[in-house]
Design a protein around this ligand. Structure first.
Ligand code: SF4
Ligand code: SF4
Length: 399
């Protein structure tokens, strides 16, 4: 205990020095200047490294034990490996009001936001992560929907029945493909280049097939949202629950089913020459309906959890960004299912314009909002799977 307190005091002193401090005075800051939030994670990791009580909770602690010092890349990697499950906060004997003030989930959450901004492409747009809140998301969806409603009105097609509910009588197929392909392509490019920069900083090692398979399994199963013991995360209190894992699964697989529906419909259109609208029993409609239902249940549950989340778990400044993304997912599924229900009526053009506006807003905000967490966390899980297969140079006993 005395040894731990001495280490903690040393960590606090190290992290308390500013970036301008002489290099010889700081082991943490010597390698690369850390931001205040990164220095706080480095300080807490020094304490955790002496304590190691939470070693079995998640991938963060085994990765931590492979390090004695925490430079910028290490901190960014560990922050994105953290799932913010809250378990180590409730287990920690050094959490506030203890003088050590250890709150790993909160410290990691603050660094994650900095990571997204720092690695964003193009760099000036990284600031959008701080501004991409609920109001911006909903206003953007509303503005784009209004634009498309006006376009349909000018085309004289806003309120009329179209044979078979034909969407392309309202907006031509090629126009929609160019618009949505362009916005989605930009989102993929921006996120891909961002995570590539992150990977270059944090990674040393080649991804073997077993490492890729392990990381993929951890991503698809959300392994660490089981809390390391199978009972789940902490949400509003120290009680464990699997709710977040399940609502994430509804959301993720709902999104993937909707994506699969679009891919199948694209194949029908270009490869088979079968043009929409498709019957209710067709594969694209079945996939889209199942995905839409998942995207209603999952985000609604995540919003409910977000509203009740323990205030010490995360970074309160990021709640608007979280809720903005959840709101766009909910609006996308609700307007999509509404369009399916009303596609044979005169309201179809209006429903279509609103749905397309919401989907466009979702795509436009993908690279600069909460969606990024899935991409960066997947990269961090791959890094963890690679690293655990490498020899531990410290030989101090860990994973
Ligand atoms: S979070 Fe607290 S209990 Fe867990 S390893 Fe760190 S110092 Fe120890
Ligand atoms: S909050 Fe959960 S995932 Fe993050 S470091 Fe603590 S135990 Fe690990």
């Amino acid at each position: 205990m005395q040894k731990l307190e001495a280490l903690a005091r040393e960590a606090a002193q190290l992290a308390g020095q500013d970036a301008a401090a002489p290099a010889s005075q700081s082991r943490v800051i010597r390698v690369l200047p850390l931001t205040d939030n990164e220095a706080e994670v480095a300080r807490q990791m020094q304490i955790c490294n002496a304590c190691r009580y939470c070693e079995g909770f998640c991938a963060v602690f085994p990765a931590m034990t492979r390090r004695l010092e925490f430079g910028k890349a290490d901190v960014n990697y560990l922050a994105n490996l953290c799932h913010n499950c809250g378990a180590c906060y409730h287990a920690c004997q050094y959490a506030p009001p203890h003088d050590f003030g250890v709150n790993v989930p909160q410290a990691m959450a603050k660094v994650r936001l900095e990571t997204y901004s720092e690695y964003a492409w193009p760099a000036p747009l990284g600031k959008l992560y701080q501004r991409n809140g609920l109001t911006v998301s909903v206003a953007l969806a509303f503005g784009l929907a209004l634009f498309l409603v006006l376009a349909a009105t000018l085309g004289g097609a806003l309120w009329q029945t179209h044979a078979g509910g034909n969407f392309y009588a309202v907006f031509p197929h090629n126009t929609l493909a160019a618009l949505f392909g362009g916005v989605f392509g930009f989102a993929v490019l921006a996120l891909g280049l961002g995570v590539r920069r992150f990977w270059r900083d944090v990674s040393a090692g080649t991804a073997s097939a077993p490492a890729v398979a392990e990381a993929a399994r951890n991503v698809l199963a959300l392994t660490y949202l089981d809390g390391g013991h199978g009972d789940g995360c902490n949400e509003a209190s120290d009680r464990f629950t699997l709710a977040r894992r399940r609502f994430h699964h509804f959301t993720f697989y709902g999104f993937m089913l909707c994506f699969a529906s679009t891919v199948v419909a694209t194949g029908y259109h270009y490869l088979l020459g079968w043009h929409a609208p498709y019957p209710v029993t067709s594969l694209p409609v079945l996939l889209g309906t199942a995905g839409g239902a998942g995207l209603l249940v999952g985000p609604a549950g995540l919003l409910w959890l977000n509203l009740r989340r323990h205030p010490m778990h995360g970074d309160a400044r990021q709640r608007p960004m979280d809720r903005g993304f959840i709101a766009l997912l909910l609006l996308t599924s609700a307007t999509g299912l509404g369009l399916l229900a009303g596609r044979g009526t005169a309201a179809m053009p209006l429903l279509l314009a609103v749905h397309l506006g919401v989907v466009m807003a979702l795509f436009a905000t993908l690279p600069y909002g909460k969606f990024a967490h899935g991409i960066y966390r997947s990269a961090a899980l791959l890094k963890a799977a690679i690293e655990k297969r490498q020899k531990n140079k410290l030989q101090l006993g860990s994973d």
